[in-house]
Design a protein around this ligand. Structure first.
Ligand code: FES
Ligand code: FE2
Length: 459
């Protein structure tokens, strides 16, 4: 039987609507510096946003077998994401119910139970307290469910992506994702068997607020400037035929790429209209980056006519899919933002591999994955250092107390530029800031709402 617990004693900072006038801090065309710099707002976000809405936790391919686990976070809460002995995916709080220490100190592993390093309480991987050392020292009943591990009450997957929320009233995940799920489908379905598996990660930590990364996730305005050296590197040897990131040159406002906001803070930037629809079209857009040419030549000599459709599987999918508040599918990466403090964030780029569904063969899959690793070392991963430099410099700039606002009004007020579609989604040129204005409406909605949050101790 589920035991649900509501939060009782809270920090005075978690005042919800009482904390600030959110309508003043986030306006149609601008946001106040405090939302990036105020520790009290950050603390409220860790409950209202990371807890109040569906948040990405992990990918099912990271825990493929019964008893597999990985340690992750939901906001600042340490979690163990586990596929329990019966195959059910759970998000256990990585926090011993005795005196509160983290229970599991490993990044990942396979275990039917977790033993606390402090006094040895032992928990099954479904969260139930299994036993304590020298139980005669306790007068009460140690089978009381209050000693079971806390867990996230709502954990659901969408095609391998595991999300969790503490909000008992949240919509079912697929409904919550809405139209962005279709774009996730497209991202997956170009791969054999319609799936990918997570391999290793490239990890960054930067000294800036987590929202600065999300504000950049759909930004097509900065690319030609912030990533100029990358753009020049990619195009160095290609002369007039340069593809690379060439759609950001000249006037990116009028390129066929676009951004679409799909609701609930989610959006994507779609560069696929730049693709030539033919085998090798994606690879041609990506182009063999300098130093990568011999891989391409090797594919052509070994696979003949099939080479270009195989090379497409190594190329980066030219769409940035952003699922509020912490997930971006960028190229072939699964990128996750982890808040650390008001001015510190982890950005983790998980690489992905394709799997053999019989259509390509083991050798082809191996070769594609090897080349896929090379492309994942290139853009956009390689561009992250440019972006992080901007985030850190913004955080510095925002220390100027009297200069209060950041602006996000690109495209606002220009007739026919930002379009609301029949399905309620919003499209605009990829260089507009409409995505940011829209995800801040969702941010504000969550900060203003007293959500129905709880944990459970269900074994
Ligand atoms: S804190 Fe875990 S057993 Fe004491
Ligand atoms: Fe960037």
């Amino acid at each position: 039987m589920a035991v649900q617990e509501k939060l009782v004693a809270q920090s005075y900072r978690l005042g919800g609507t009482a904390l600030h006038d959110w309508d003043y801090l986030v306006q149609e065309d601008r946001a106040h510096r405090l939302i990036y710099t105020d520790p009290a707002i950050f603390e409220a976000e860790m409950t209202q946003i990371f807890g109040g809405t569906w948040t990405y936790l992990a990918h099912e391919s990271e825990i493929p077998n019964a008893n597999d686990f990985i340690t992750r976070r939901l906001g600042l809460r340490p979690l163990i994401i586990v596929r329990d002995a019966e195959g059910k995916i759970r998000a256990l709080y990585n926090r011993c119910t005795h005196r509160g220490t983290t229970l599991c100190r490993w990044d990942k592993g396979n275990s039917k139970s977790f033993q606390c390093p402090y006094h040895g309480w032992n928990f099954l991987n479904n969260g139930r307290l299994r036993g304590v050392p020298w139980p005669d020292g306790y007068a009460g009943d140690m089978r009381d469910p209050k000693y079971n591990l806390a867990q996230v009450p709502r954990v659901e997957s969408y095609r391998g992506f595991i999300f969790g929320t503490l909000n008992l009233d949240a919509l079912p995940l697929a409904e919550h994702l809405g139209p962005i799920a279709t774009v996730i489908d497209e991202w997956l379905d170009r791969n054999p068997g319609g799936r990918v598996v997570v391999c290793e990660a490239n990890r960054f930590r930067f000294k800036a607020n987590w929202k600065l990364a999300y504000d950049n996730s759909c930004d097509g305005y900065h690319v030609a400037y912030s990533h100029r050296s990358l753009l020049e590197t990619e195009n160095r040897f290609a002369g007039e035929n340069a593809k690379g990131m060439s759609y950001y040159r000249d006037s990116p406002d009028t390129q066929p790429m676009y951004m679409r906001y799909t609701g609930r803070g989610n959006h994507y930037k779609d560069k696929r209209p730049n693709l030539e629809k033919r085998p090798g079209g994606l690879w041609a857009l990506e182009s063999a980056h300098p130093g990568m040419e011999h891989y391409e030549a090797d594919f052509i000599s070994r696979y003949g006519d099939r080479a270009f459709s195989l090379l497409d599987l190594a190329g980066s999918e030219p769409v940035n899919i952003n699922v509020f508040p912490n997930l971006s599918l960028l190229g072939n990466h699964i990128q996750v933002f982890e808040p650390v403090s008001v001015d510190e964030t982890n950005a983790i780029w998980y690489g992905t591999m394709i799997v053999d569904d019989g259509s390509i063969g083991a050798d082809g899959v191996r070769d594609i994955n090897a080349l896929r690793m090379r492309t994942q070392e290139g853009f956009p991963n390689f561009g992250e250092v440019d972006d992080i430099a901007n985030f850190e410099q913004i955080q510095r700039g925002l220390l100027a107390v009297e200069d209060e606002w950041v602006y996000m009004h690109r495209g606002l007020g220009i007739p026919d530029r930002v379009k609301t579609n029949d399905d309620g989604t919003i499209t605009a040129p990829a260089t507009d800031e409409a995505f940011m204005r829209e995800h801040f409406k969702e941010w504000k909605r969550l900060m203003q709402t007293r959500a129905n949050l709880a944990i459970q101790r269900k074994p």
